[in-house]
Unconditional design. Structure first.
Length: 370
């Protein structure tokens, strides 16, 4: 009886081992990995089943959450790399897929886009549309990326939006990914630094350093924000606050706003509706401020932006409208536009002056994606 039990256990172990041979490895951007059986993988998503389960339930992962996948045969497909993992990733043989378009960036910041037609331990040969066949030494490669479909437009490689979580100043329901950040400066004096504590939590710290001009006033604010995708790259919701104050050695004045937002669209083309309640010291607004903002990418480096607010008041409400754009490179975004305030009143007070407030800001991303 003991021998029979031992043989059954041994047979079960061998069958389990044979099952695991056919399992693939999926590694995420946060360095965690999942053992699964990949059903289908392309530049936008990976469809898989849990290894060892016979339920037939299939799961979908979006490619922007992935670092690489390794098949049960040992071939490797690289997705979004950070600088820490790229040196290990390029050493492993990369199985070029016939339908995949790769963007390779070298350590001297040259970029090449095309299909891999050959590789060995030392070089990768890339077939490009503009330069023909390009041979790149692996020792000179900084990143290898399989492009998402939206990054290749009419044969041209488009970098990701380097400032995708904000319009001019208002936030949308996309957050910074963990380890990413940006510095924002508007008209020299308005400064803010924001970082992604996780893929869902972003926090910023800002100031308007007029104390550098000898004024005994110290304004600052913090901007926590939490975001959740309802449908990846399509519908996001979030909530956050701008909590600030103006301080000097004798007194202080606290003010800010708490808000909820919903964003429809991708990081390049989206619209956001927000609802927020402002406060000053211990008093809260009796009615909410409504915000509507939108962003539309028109070319590789250009965006159209609008950011608008309806601010209710007692008898007199205000409307703040804006229009402008954004010019981007891989590591910079420059915002420009104009704001036009309106006073809405039920009383006939005659025509007011027409004036526009210009906006000019620079945003510099930093962190592991850069």
């Amino acid at each position: 009886m003991r021998k029979l039990t031992f043989l059954l256990l041994l047979l079960g172990a061998r069958l389990t081992a044979q099952e695991n041979i056919h399992c693939d490895t999926i590694c995420f951007r946060d360095s965690t990995c999942l053992i699964a059986k990949i059903i289908r993988a392309n530049t936008d998503e990976v469809v898989y089943e849990v290894c060892g389960q016979t339920s037939g339930v299939r799961h979908v992962l979006k490619s922007y959450d992935l670092l690489y996948i390794v098949s049960s045969q040992g071939s490797k497909r690289v997705y979004n790399l950070d600088k820490k993992s790229v040196s290990d990733a390029v050493k492993a043989p990369l199985m070029p897929l016939p339908d995949s378009i790769y963007h390779i960036e070298t350590i001297d910041d040259n970029g090449f886009t095309g299909t891999i037609i050959h590789q060995d331990a030392d070089v990768i040969v890339l077939k490009t549309e503009d330069f023909g066949e390009v041979t790149i030494r692996k020792a000179k490669i900084k990143t290898i990326e399989i492009l998402r479909s939206r990054q290749l437009v009419n044969g041209e490689f488009w970098y990701e939006n380097p400032h995708s979580t904000r319009y001019f100043f208002n936030a949308n329901a996309y957050g910074l990914r963990q380890g990413e950040g940006y510095y924002q400066n508007t008209w020299v004096f308005l400064n803010q630094i924001s970082v992604g504590l996780s893929d869902n939590i972003t926090i910023g710290l800002g100031t308007f350093p007029i104390y550098l001009l000898g004024v005994d006033v110290y304004p600052f604010w913090i901007t926590p924000k939490i975001t959740f995708p309802i449908k990846a790259d399509k519908l996001n919701v979030g909530a956050g606050a701008l909590i600030g104050g103006i301080f000097n050695r004798e007194e202080s004045f606290k003010l800010g706003i708490t808000y909820g937002i919903i964003t429809y669209g991708s990081r390049d083309r989206n619209a956001t509706l927000g609802l927020g309640y402002g406060f000053a010291d211990n008093s809260w607004a009796k009615a909410p401020t409504i915000a509507f903002s939108a962003m539309h990418r028109t070319s590789r480096k250009s965006y159209l932006i609008t950011e608008n607010y309806f601010i209710p008041g007692s008898g007199n409400s205000s409307l703040l409208l804006s229009a402008g754009g954004r010019w981007t490179g891989k590591r910079i975004a420059i915002d420009y536009g104009v704001f036009r305030p309106f006073r809405l009143s039920f009383e006939n007070e005659g025509g007011g002056r027409f004036y526009l407030v210009p906006w000019l800001g620079i945003n510099v991303p930093f962190g592991k994606r850069y």
